[in-house]
Write a protein that binds this ligand. Sequence first.
Ligand code: NAI
Length: 344
Amino acid sequence: MKNIAFFDTKPYDRIWFDRLKDKYGFEFKYFESKLNSDTAVMCAGLDGVVAFVNDVIDEKTISILSDQDIRILALRCAGYNNVDFKAAYGKIHVVRVPAYSPHAVAEHAMALLLTLNRKIHRAYIRTRDFNFSINGLTGFDLFGKTMGVVGTGKIGRVFVDICKGFGMKVIAYDPFPAKDSGIEYVELEELFRRSDIISLHAPLTKETYHIINQDSIALMKDGVIIINTSRGALIDSEALLEAIKNGKIGGAGLDVYEEESDIFFEDYSNAIIQDDVLARLISMPNVVVTSHQAFLTDEALKNIAETTLENLRQFFDGEDLTNEICYQCAKYGSCEKQGKGRCF
Ligand code: NAI
């Protein structure tokens, strides 16, 4: 029986893992705390670790895990910017869930846009208070507007299709354009200049860090709407706040935030939020923040649990690691998987 540590778990993801427990014959130890260099010691005597988006898997965490003979780290998410892959290489195999439901995230991106544009968040509060005034709730037709999509991988491409269903014109930027997709690719600057709405679907890398910043915002149309369901640090939050305040940006739908790791997924309704930028953004009528929930559908949770446990099974059974990623793969280079279809 293999004992697996789960970090940063909540009831909604435990349900799906528990349902599959007997099938795989694993024992689970759930921790509510995040995985970091303080909590890594809790893995003593266990066989594997399952981590999530805001766990801090840096060199120190990896060294502590490795000292405890942990050789497999399974991310139960697609993004992997929180892992120091160079530190992990040769010590701990890192596997992930490359796709669990691109539809879940793409549909949430559109939900954020529709909410913002048609002011559903404000209408909901008004009618609950029996205020049936529609003053200030004017939106615009999405039909015929230009959507700029940054990153046309699995999620971006589903989002492109959704936008086309609305009769929007779609342009996109991706350093690795999808061949034969029929998508009109443009340079990033052109995308910034031409788009009425910009939706971010690229991973967080050195190149995408603060891709939305003071300079890029200056290129954009007045009143542009920004949607971010990828990673918070794609946007310089202070530049965004400034542009919301001066009216340059007409709205922002944010499922992710660059300083989210100590805030999102927790209930702070009785506390005073210390992050002034986030507090100010949330106070804006034209900003909608959700707490990294774009993935949160039954279908996605089921797929995450199945793929994560299958990844672990492959490791313990000595098989190829279908979903392993290392620092060479992560850079979109070609990792020559070695030995039994493993990165090292
Ligand atoms: P993917 O790997 O299928 O696609 C990413 C695309 O971004 C690729 O086509 C890649 O070429 C492109 N890209 C790489 N560097 C770029 C750059 N500098 N500029 C523009 N495009 C660039 O990933 P997928 O599944 O579509 O996910 C996208 C991102 O969404 C993930 O990296 C993750 O950060 C985020 N995500 C968020 C979730 C949420 O709940 N909010 C859930 C799942 C993923």
